[in-house]
Design a protein around this ligand. Sequence first.
Ligand code: NAP
Length: 233
Amino acid sequence: MVKCGARYILITSRNSSKNRQTIQELEAQGPKVVIKTADLTNKQQIVGIRDYILKTMPPIGGVANGAMVQVNSLFADLDYDVLQELLRSKVGGSVVLDEVFSHDDLDFFLLFSSISALTGQSTQANYAAANNFMIALAFQRRARTFPASVVDFGPIIGLGSIQRYESSGFYDITSVLRSLNYMPISERDLHYLLTEAVLVGKKNKLPEITTGVEAGSSSITFWHKSLLFPHIL
Ligand SMILES: NC(=O)c1ccc[n+]([C@@H]2O[C@H](COP(=O)([O-])OP(=O)(O)OC[C@H]3O[C@@H](n4cnc5c(N)ncnc54)[C@H](OP(=O)(O)O)[C@@H]3O)[C@@H](O)[C@H]2O)c1
């Protein structure tokens, strides 16, 4: 976004002391980057964030929800609290953003979903449900003539949760995902996908971009049996 001209970026997290180095690297390229402590699911806090932006920055260009709390659990073990923990950031947080920024003339409203929303995953029923809510919200916003886009990402290598798994040394998650015919996404791919998502957000095109499944692979995996994918296999 910075390379494409964004000059004011505000990032929220429940612990804003993280990622200072990334922010310094971004600021070295010119933009003003502010990180605020806020829980996305707390509407009052997000109203306060919007007020802060309106007082200190130019009109709001767009909003993105990349928040996640991932708790993997088999469906049989999925109790109410575990389900709620994951739904909060993706479902509750997206609803808050939809409501709080509904009076702004946005260029984009971007939601981060996962390919798991379409393929399913044995320990990620809660994650799939939360991401499917985001997909539905994107379509519903567009039906209301608001901008919206949603990306069903495949595994993003070298960043975020995958990177944390890798560096924990617990197991080689990239190899596991490759064996399931998920296509890895590089940081550069991620930038292109986000650019594309911003561009489709207001156009007369579907708001959903799906990526991360390996077309034409010879080995068979569970999601190949899904009726969603025969056209790409
Ligand atoms: N990484 C991948 O391979 C991959 C693949 C498919 C989809 N995605 C999607 O991409 C997004 C980012 O993934 P990631 O791997 O970068 O995740 P990540 O490193 O775990 O980052 C998620 C962030 O969400 C923040 N967060 C959680 N709940 C929040 C809340 N209530 N309010 C404010 N912030 C909150 C967390 O910060 P605090 O704990 O400080 O609040 C955390 O920094 C997610 O939506 C994920 O579903 C990622």
